[in-house]
Design a protein around this ligand. Sequence first.
Ligand code: NAD
Ligand code: LMR
Length: 308
Amino acid sequence: MKVTVVGAGAVGASCAEYIAIKNFASEVVLLDIKEGYAEGKAMDLMQCASLNGFDTKITGITNDYSKTANSDICVITSGIPRKPGMTREELIGINAGIVKSVSSSLIEHSPNTIIIVVSNPMDTMTYLVHKTTNLPKNRIIGMGGALDSARFKYRLAEALEAPISDVDGMVIGGHSDTGMVPLTSHATRNSVKVSEFLSDDRLNQVKEDTKVGGATLTKLLGTSAWYAPGAAVSGLVQAIACDQKKMFPCSTLLEGEYGLSDLCIGVPVILGKNGIEKIVDIPLSDAEKTHMQQSAEGVKKTNGLLEL
Ligand SMILES: NC(=O)c1ccc[n+]([C@@H]2O[C@H](COP(=O)([O-])OP(=O)(O)OC[C@H]3O[C@@H](n4cnc5c(N)ncnc54)[C@H](O)[C@@H]3O)[C@@H](O)[C@H]2O)c1
Ligand SMILES: O=C(O)C[C@H](O)C(=O)O
């Protein structure tokens, strides 16, 4: 199993580290445009191998896509992150050009690959890959919901004063400060609906804290987060590499599902060796349906800024 990660920055390196530590891939190639940077990150990570007990071989390269040839999975993290006060949507001007050229170079050398898009604004970047490549829809996956759901569970556990392992929940919709739809109606603590334990006001607070999870960290760190994003990507990569048939909310091209079409947005999907093997339709409350509709309108507005 060969995995290429483009962008050896904060998220790309964290993602490579988690993939290696989980020890399911034979090879991870890190590629960056900055001279020597990916080589340095790869060497540093390889020097963790004996300490952390993994056999995955990590190599770093500067912009030579021939070294990525025949990758089973390619992750795109290249592009600029936001600074405090910015929205993810503001990154489109620079990141669209990067994602377009990177995805085309990757596919040239790995025509059968599955692409996971991470660069922001992620739903629009995922749509861009659909519009500018000929990959089938099951092989283009946007990562956002897995991360947002992890943040939702963190906030739920905090409100419930419970261990995170007691809590389950999912966030669908657009990966943006206003577009996320945390599914409070489905969230549980050991199969009991969280609404049994938390007031509407407290649940609303959990929802709002979840939606601004990325912005909160960006304000604290001065740039956006990387540990949980890297871990979330590694979970998607592992589900595909190990054909786990796990369900994650991912950004995918909708063609009528959830009453939406011609956009990529987060919905629950089954991930296995073919990438997205199924889109799962789940019942939403009326409020969640309305929020999903508004979220889709926001994503479509950003998609409208693409020069296709
Ligand atoms: N979808 C998500 O949930 C999620 C989570 C976190 C970050 N992000 C996004 O991921 C992206 C990366 O974030 P980061 O914190 O790792 O940024 P970073 O600046 O640390 O790393 C980005 C790397 O991309 C490289 N790069 C730029 N152009 C390139 C090109 N054409 N080819 C190859 N490499 C190139 C840069 O040299 C840099 O090393 C940002 O757009 C950020 O918003 C998304
Ligand atoms: O918040 C960001 O800009 C980065 C990422 O999308 C995140 O949610 O951490």
